[in-house]
Design a protein around this ligand. Structure first.
Ligand code: UDP
Length: 308
């Protein structure tokens, strides 16, 4: 009998790749999504698999869910423009959604897997960021609905782990890119790739000196798969530690797309972190994991998928 995994956010960028991997690994998958930022087209390559079922629903509600082996909570708006626009939905899915799903895990004895984020580190003062860093987060600002609700999600997972015996895993996902990202999600990789392909200027917010570290989706999914098998309940960073300024990223996008697009500078959003880079020593040690795909190779694969 195949094991059953429930995946919330199944029609999202990361959730859909996770469903596909779980099906390949022999699971039955119940994918849940309310499609507030996800899209049914993301289910196309595996939606007809007889071991996959899709439920259009809001996991913040008290759903009647089946007994299962794993619950993966990946539902949440995740790009800054989307979580600002869907602020209350973001707070709710990370607070109420996480509570509902943890209670289900407690009831049926299933394992819980939380998609947390590098945003729990806020605008970090410690660089790179190890899991032990408590972060530098503005609780009353433009990103608070995401940062603080993910911090709450970690906190409630801690309580269910320590006080109610739920076996949980937590990952802090750093900037991730690849096929199936919503072209209009407003994130830097999608914006620049689409702008380059459409012959428009590349938008850089601020002076472009802020940094991020970009992880290709297949590396993230491999890390998730390894953590499922590991006996480790505290948060684990999953990200690519190679750091780029946004101006450097724009140069790589120009090279990969073969365009000579010019750059236009736009205002930096409030609370935009100046730097971000994961310390992945923990993931290396407990999962024997490290990212394999370099930025140029990943963007080339993403380009091929955009063109097809
Ligand atoms: N950014 C940019 N141009 C864009 C979109 C974003 O320069 O068209 C910047 C943004 O201000 C931030 C970085 O790129 O400093 C990464 O932004 P993104 O929204 O991808 O993710 P974040 O890491 O901020 O959550």
């Amino acid at each position: 009998m195949r094991k059953l995994a429930i995946v919330t956010g199944a029609a999202g960028f990361v959730g859909s790749h996770l469903c596909e991997r779980l099906l390949k690994d022999g699971f039955r998958v119940l994918g849940i999504d309310n499609l507030c930022t996800g899209a049914e087209r993301n289910l196309r390559s595996f939606g007809h698999d007889p071991h996959f079922e899709f439920l259009r629903a809001d996991c913040s509600e008290a759903l009647s869910l089946p007994t299962c082996d794993w619950v993966f909570h990946f539902a949440s708006p995740a790009s800054p423009p989307k979580y600002v626009k869907l602020a209350l939905e973001t707070l709710r899915v990370n607070a109420e959604g996480t509570r509902q799903l943890l209670q289900h895990c407690e009831r049926v004895g299933s394992k819980f897997f939380l998609a947390s984020t590098s945003e729990v580190y806020g605008d970090p003062i410690v660089h790179p960021q190890p899991e032990s860093y408590f972060g530098n987060v503005n609780s009353y600002g433009e990103r608070a609905m995401y940062d603080e609700s993910k911090r709450y999600a970690e906190a409630i997972t801690y309580v269910f782990t320590k006080q109610k015996g739920v076996d949980a895993r937590i990952i802090r996902i750093f900037n991730t890119y690849g096929p199936r990202m919503d072209p209009k999600d407003g994130r830097v990789v999608t914006n620049l790739m689409h702008q380059a392909l459409e012959g428009r200027p590349l938008t850089i917010y601020g002076d472009g000196s802020q940094t991020r570290s970009f992880q290709y989706i297949s590396d993230l999914i491999e890390g998730i798969s390894r953590l499922m098998k590991a006996d480790y309940q505290a948060p684990v960073n999953l990200g690519n530690p190679v750091e780029f300024t946004m101006l450097e990223l724009a140069e790589v996008v120009k090279k990969v797309t073969g365009t000579d697009a010019k750059i236009v500078f736009e205002p930096l959003p409030q609370d935009d972190p100046k730097q971000r880079k994961p310390d992945i020593a923990l993931a290396k040690r407990i999962l024997d994991w490290a990212p394999q795909i370099k930025l140029e190779a990943g963007l080339t694969q993403m380009l091929a998928s955009l063109r097809s």
